[in-house]
Design a protein around this ligand. Structure first.
Ligand SMILES: Cc1ncc(COP(=O)(O)O)c(C=O)c1O
Length: 384
């Protein structure tokens, strides 16, 4: 059976992979080298210098392309380095429409780095596609979607946005970090670029920082490869290896993240001291139907606000948690808790943050793959 036809779970393990040519190693060796011997100028075996390409990185890039149903994968030193490469497709005067509820670091690179170079960013709530249409003009070159959004867990209809983007010949990029290709495949839904902070679920073990892009179009891939090499924000072979290893268990980890996520979301929703729980799996979540149609399940990311919406109560809870570690990041096997207003989203001004619901009492959970009973017991003792 050709690897192209493999189903998702098999592709996480085998997609784009073949045993190493030298000794048949099943996992690609960590080619810890900066350069490659040439027999004559240009006489090499496909690799010249590891900024341009490295065999371990190639193995990861092939896996990334395979799991996202794309044709070309590109790996970077971090998720932000991948975003940086996408925005470098643009020039001064070009405009970008981005979700208003997004990772604080994405907001920061847009506003604090690229605005200086004359790129204009509009931040809009994208649950209603009509809001996006209002900001489209002849200079609009890119729509930036994050879904589910971080940390409010809103869902954006990728297919609907892609129809709008296509009509106006605008590129559509989707940050698929929260969902992963296990839950949703943005390229299949019409996106041009999929972006990942592979630091999160793809790596899956909180031991590496890495970013990724996947596309189908050859011309777009060539432009991005050019930027990857010319700007140089690549990942090393060891980090490539770690993410490749992580991807091989993505499907089983995600299945458990979803199962535990559901249990924790329902526990919190029924708790008398909790005011509001944000998780797209609830039938009364405003975008539940879209989530149901574009995602296979609802994931392990949950945000919530304690009753009364008091900042001090939220801080007390995150300080008392024992199994959930209070830490930045998400998507690892261990459960983490975060306080977006002072941690992941501190770079967004308070008025902007609160417009999208990121109030000072909001707590975000990345539900890991421990026993769900232990996770609920930890929340019980922290909330009471
Ligand atoms: C949704 C999302 N996108 C992008 C990033 C940035 O990725 P990295 O931290 O790997 O640079 C993050 C990091 O938290 C994220 O959560």
């Amino acid at each position: 059976m050709g690897k192209k036809q493999l189903k998702f779970n098999s592709r996480t393990i085998h997609g784009g992979q073949s045993p190493d040519e030298a000794y048949g190693a099943v996992m690609p060796p960590i080619y810890q080298t900066s350069t490659y011997a040439q027999s004559t100028p240009g006489g090499h075996k496909g690799y010249e210098y590891s900024r341009s390409a490295n065999p371990t990185r190639t193995a990861l890039e092939n896996s990334l392309a395979s799991i996202e149903n794309g044709n070309y994968g590109l790996a970077f030193g971090s998720g932000l380095a991948a975003i940086d490469a996408v925005i470098k497709l643009l020039g001064p005067g070009d405009e970008v429409i981005s979700t208003s509820d997004l990772y604080g670091g994405s907001y920061r690179i847009f506003k604090k780095i690229f605005e200086k170079f004359g790129i204009v960013f509009h931040f809009v709530g994208m649950q209603d596609t009509a809001e996006i249409a209002k900001h489209i003009n002849a200079k609009t070159k890119l729509i930036w979607v994050e879904t589910p959004t971080n940390p409010m867990m809103n869902i954006i209809d990728i297919k609907l946005v892609s129809q709008l983007a296509r009509k106006h010949k605008i590129l559509l990029a989707v940050d698929n970090t929260f969902a992963t290709p296990y839950l949703q495949l943005p390229l299949d839904l019409g996106a041009d670029i999929v972006m990942h902070s592979a630091t999160k679920y793809l790596g899956g073990h909180s031991d590496v920082v890495l970013g990724a892009l996947v596309v189908r179009d050859k011309e777009l891939a060539d432009q991005l490869y050019f930027i990857q090499n010319a700007s140089g924000a690549v990942c090393g072979p060891m980090d490539s290896f770690l993410v490749l290893r992580g991807i091989k268990t993505l499907h089983v980890r995600m299945q458990r993240h979803c199962e535990n996520g559901r249990a924790v979301a329902e526990y919190l929703a029924n708790h008398s001291k909790i005011e509001k729980v944000f998780w797209p799996g609830f039938p009364d979540h405003p975008n539940h139907e879209v989530a149901k149609s574009q995602m296979k399940d609802f994931g392990g990311m949950i945000s919530f606000v304690p009753k009364g919406g008091n900042y001090q109560d939220a801080i007390k809870i995150v300080e008392k948690l024992q199994l959930f570690t209070l830490a930045e990041s998400l998507g690892g096997v261990e459960s983490l808790a975060g306080h977006p207003a002072s941690m992941t989203h501190a770079s967004i001004p308070k008025e902007e943050r609160e417009k999208s619901g990121v109030v000072d009492a909001l707590i975000r959970l990345s539900v890991g793959i421990e026993d769900k009973e232990d996770l609920m017991e930890d929340l019980r003792q922290a909330i009471e």
